[in-house]
Design a protein around this ligand. Structure first.
Ligand code: ZN
Length: 279
C-alpha cells in the first residue's frame, strides 16, 4: 500500500532539457502519500553510504563491472569479456565526473539492472521501496524473435532504469528520416528537418517525456502492469518517436479513463488507512 512506500529517484547526469526537481514535484503531486525522495546519482549515493577509505577501490571495481557489460556485437548473445584497460578508465571517468563524459558503450540491460541492484541499500528492499534510476547510459535487451539486441528506453525491475539516451535512440524515428538517410542526405540536416517529430539529446521536451516513463515504472512496482493500449495515455508503450511525442506532449488528455481510475484508487488507498492503523 502506498502510504508505507518510499520512492527513491536517482538523478542522472546533468543534461540540458532534464529538470529533476520538476520530475520529483510532478510525482509527488500525483501520488501525495508516496514518500518521494530525490537522490544523487546511484554511484555518488553508494559512495556516500560506503566507507570513505574504500571509495577508490569501489569505483575501480564498479568501472570494471560496467566495462564488462558492453555489448560488442548486437547480433550475438552477450557473453562477458575481460574489458580493456581503456574501457575501465572510461568508466572510472564517467562515474567520477559524469557531467563531463558523454556517450559510451551499449550495455547489456538486464545485467546492468542486476549490477545496479547491488548498489541499493539492503535496508530499502522491494515491497517497501521503489527505486528508479535515470541515466544517460544506453542499454539494450536481447530479442529471441529476430535474435539481436534492441536499444531500450527502460527496464522495469528492482531497480527500474530509465535511459535518456534510450529516449533518443530506441523509439524509431519517422520512416522518411531513414529513407532520406539512405538516400545520402546529411544526418544533421535531417535532424533539423524532422526536429518536431523526434526527441534529440538535450531536447527541452525530455523532462515531459521522462514523466511518462517514471509513471510506467511506478505502476510496474505498484501493479505489475506498466503499459496502456491507449496511444493518448501517458502509459502508452510507444515504439515510435512520434508516438512518444503524442502520448507525452500532444495528447488531448493526460490519462485514459482506466488509468485515471487506477490513479484515483491507488491514492484512495493512501487516504484511508486500514483499521489496524487506527488508534
Ligand atoms: Zn491508460
Amino acid at each position: 500500500m502506498l502510504y508505507q512506500k518510499s520512492l527513491y529517484l536517482y538523478r542522472g547526469e546533468a543534461r540540458a532539457g532534464i529538470h529533476y526537481k520538476e520530475l520529483a514535484d510532478y510525482l509527488q503531486q500525483l501520488f501525495p502519500a508516496l514518500e518521494i525522495v530525490p537522490r544523487d546519482d546511484i554511484f555518488r549515493k553508494a559512495l556516500l553510504t560506503g566507507e570513505a577509505a574504500q571509495g577508490e577501490k569501489m569505483i575501480r571495481s564498479w568501472a570494471r563491472r560496467l566495462a564488462a557489460l558492453k555489448i560488442v556485437n548486437p547480433a550475438e548473445e552477450f557473453r562477458e569479456l575481460e574489458p580493456f584497460p581503456a574501457e575501465v578508465k572510461f568508466e572510472i571517468k564517467k562515474i567520477t565526473a559524469p557531467e563531463k563524459i558523454r556517450g559510451g558503450p551499449l550495455y547489456e540491460g538486464v545485467q546492468l539492472s542486476q549490477f545496479l541492484s547491488e548498489l541499493i541499500p539492503v535496508s530499502e528492499p522491494p515491497g517497501e521501496c521503489i527505486h528508479i534510476i535515470i541515466t544517460d547510459r544506453l542499454f539494450a535487451t536481447w530479442n529471441d524473435d529476430d535474435r539481436r539486441y534492441h536499444a531500450r528506453v527502460s527496464i522495469y525491475n528492482f531497480p527500474s532504469i530509465i535511459s535518456t539516451a534510450g529516449i533518443v535512440e530506441a523509439p524509431a524515428k519517422p520512416r522518411e528520416f531513414y529513407i532520406k538517410l539512405r538516400m545520402g542526405f546529411n544526418r544533421e540536416g535531417l535532424k533539423d528537418e524532422f526536429s518536431g517529430r523526434f526527441i534529440d539529446y538535450d531536447d527541452p521536451r525530455l523532462t515531459e517525456v521522462l514523466k511518462g516513463y517514471l509513471l510506467q515504472a511506478i505502476l510496474f512496482h505498484l501493479q505489475g502492469e506498466p503499459f496502456c493500449l491507449d496511444p493518448n495515455c501517458r502509459l502508452y508503450n510507444a515504439h515510435f518517436q512520434e508516438e512518444v511525442l503524442r502520448a507525452q506532449l500532444h495528447s488531448p488528455y493526460e490519462f485514459c479513463p482506466r488509468h485515471r481510475e487506477i490513479l484515483h484508487l491507488l491514492n484512495s488507498d493512501i487516504s484511508t488507512p486500514p483499521p489496524f492503523l487506527v488508534s
